[in-house]
Design a protein around this ligand. Structure first.
Ligand SMILES: NC(=O)C1=CN([C@@H]2O[C@H](COP(=O)(O)OP(=O)(O)OC[C@H]3O[C@@H](n4cnc5c(N)ncnc54)[C@H](OP(=O)(O)O)[C@@H]3O)[C@@H](O)[C@H]2O)C=CC1
Length: 462
């Protein structure tokens, strides 16, 4: 978006290629992708509005197709030269004059540089820093088997012939338990609460075509919960029929666990449900119902921490994953610092990151203005209260947004921000968007060669 607007910028990427989490075995060392990973939001909901994915791709793409799409995006718009690959950001500090000093280190040469910018856009993702049970389960240090976090899981080889406990019931847990159950001797799925399992397809269409449809804007939450809950009950029955505990919340009150295969595996007895772990003991795992099992491996699919190792904690604090950002982008005390993609939608992040970037580009170009601190703080309070009212209390529900509502919210903020700036009519969303109107096929050989050019000009760093 900055490139399209002609706003000079440098982009720093620790790895050799674009794609982040969606680059399997990313040499930035931070991707959580496993070999069998397919996205759980449909192609239509993950594509950038400015760069539709090709119709030849399946409704749910795998990590390779997703990574190729990002490559094709960069090449189509031609900004690879603005990305400094293999360059880590080690520190971002605010200067007394409100500018930003960004220190980087080249991973091969060790060369360090500090450059000054007017603004910094942080887009370092929030699914790379593993969250382990804290404190660890009693006896974890005595356990003789393997303990790994889902972040480090790549292929099921590590579980072959083993008695395995997967802890958690998010999407990582569901995928790994299903895949692992095909090679493990026993597979136990340990969860501390029941959840609604949402299939990837319902009535033959990707389920998010329903959950992200116009109805998600028009219907009140209660009505959406009723419609989706009823559809799921008709299609799959209640979770308890498969041995899962009854959810302690309504559907859409937790980040959805999407799986077509988990219920079937449970129904076939390939996965056994257990309550939470209470302790580990040499070769045993003990559970909250008093039962215990001999176990060779524990996979902690316990989610991620939001963290910014390069930012002073005096600038931004994300304790327990709570972070205070106006419209999920701007820290009210530090305009000039922006967070892109730091949301967890029911749907995919990419179109939201795109819309956030449009707004930030407006702010950088002086086409929109932020309100004062008090108004920003009020918006943040209202957002965080709404999260607490709606969602199960958990560090995984601190940056949730509803896909369509959030896009609308950003469009409105752009209009209002333009009025604050004295511009009477803001451009409607998309009016300044670059790119083709017609769908673009992602070529199967889309360049994966990493560029390492330099743009040299100051501006924003991501
Ligand atoms: N195919 C895909 O596209 C995939 C997408 N993802 C996405 O990645 C993100 C991260 O997902 P995921 O890795 O599953 O993490 P999540 O944070 O979504 O889930 C973590 C799970 O672990 C449980 N948990 C956390 N701490 C403990 C503890 N101390 N004891 C017991 N249980 C615990 C949580 O329970 P509680 O709810 O009670 O906190 C929750 O069930 C999500 O946005 C997800 O949608 C992940 C995998 C695949």
């Amino acid at each position: 978006m900055l490139h399209a607007r002609g706003i000079p910028f440098d982009c720093y990427e620790a790895g050799s290629e674009v794609g982040g989490n969606w680059r399997y075995m990313n040499d930035n060392g931070m991707s959580s992708a496993y070999r069998s990973l397919h996205i759980n939001s449909s192609r239509q909901s993950m594509q950038y509005a400015t760069f539709p994915m090709g119709d030849h791709l399946p409704p749910y793409v795998n990590h390779e197709q997703a990574a190729r799409y990002f490559d094709a995006y960069v090449d189509h718009f031609g900004f690879r030269d603005s990305i400094r690959f293999r360059t880590e950001v080690t520190h971002v500090g605010k200067t007394p004059t409100g500018e930003w000093d960004v220190t980087t280190r080249h991973r091969d040469t060790g060369e360090e540089h500090t450059r000054r910018y007017d603004a910094v856009l942080v887009a370092n993702g929030h699914h790379w820093d593993p969250r382990m049970p804290d404190p660890p389960f009693p006896g974890a240090d005595t356990f003789k088997g393997i303990q790994l976090h889902s972040h480090d899981y790549r292929t099921p080889d590590v579980l072959v012939g083993k008695r395995v406990v997967v802890l958690g019931i998010g999407n990582s847990a569901a995928d790994i338990a299903v895949e692992g159950s095909q090679v493990a001797k026993r597979m136990f799925l340990s969860l501390r609460r029941g959840v609604h399992i949402v299939p990837k397809f319902i009535f033959g269409i990707p389920v998010d075509h329903l959950t992200l449809s116009w109805a998600s804007v028009v219907l009140p939450l209660r009505a959406q919960q009723w419609v989706l809950g009823t559809a799921l009950r008709f299609a799959r029955g209640r979770p308890s029929r498969y041995g899962l505990p009854k959810p302690d919340h309504r559907i859409l009150a937790a980040h959805p666990t999407a799986s077509d295969t988990l219920l079937s595996k449970l129904g076939h007895g390939d996965i056994t449900v257990k309550p939470n772990i209470t302790r580990l003991d040499h070769d045993k795992v003990h559970f909250a119902d008093g039962s215990s099992e001999e176990v060779d491996a524990v996979v902690y699919a316990t989610g991620y921490k939001i963290s910014f190792p390069f930012l002073d904690s005096s600038l931004i604090n994300a304790e327990e994953n709570w972070i205070s950002l106006y419209h999920r982008v701007v820290p009210p005390r530090h305009p000039g610092l922006y967070f892109i993609g730091l949301v967890q939608p029911i749907g995919a992040i990419m179109p939201m990151a795109e819309a956030q970037s449009e707004w930030v580009a407006d702010l950088l170009e002086g086409k929109a203005k932020l309100p004062g601190y008090a108004e920003m703080a009020k918006e943040i309070d209202a957002y965080q209260s709404s999260l607490s009212r709606r969602y199960v209390k958990s560090s995984r529900h601190t940056i949730q947004v509803d896909f369509r509502q959030y896009l609308r919210e950003l469009r409105k903020e752009r209009r209002v921000g333009a009025r604050r700036q004295g511009i009477s009519v803001a451009l409607p969303a998309g009016a300044r968007r670059p790119g083709p109107a017609e769908p673009v096929d992602v070529p199967s050989t889309a360049g994966s060669a990493a560029g390492s050019g330099r743009s040299g000009s100051a501006g924003a760093a991501g």
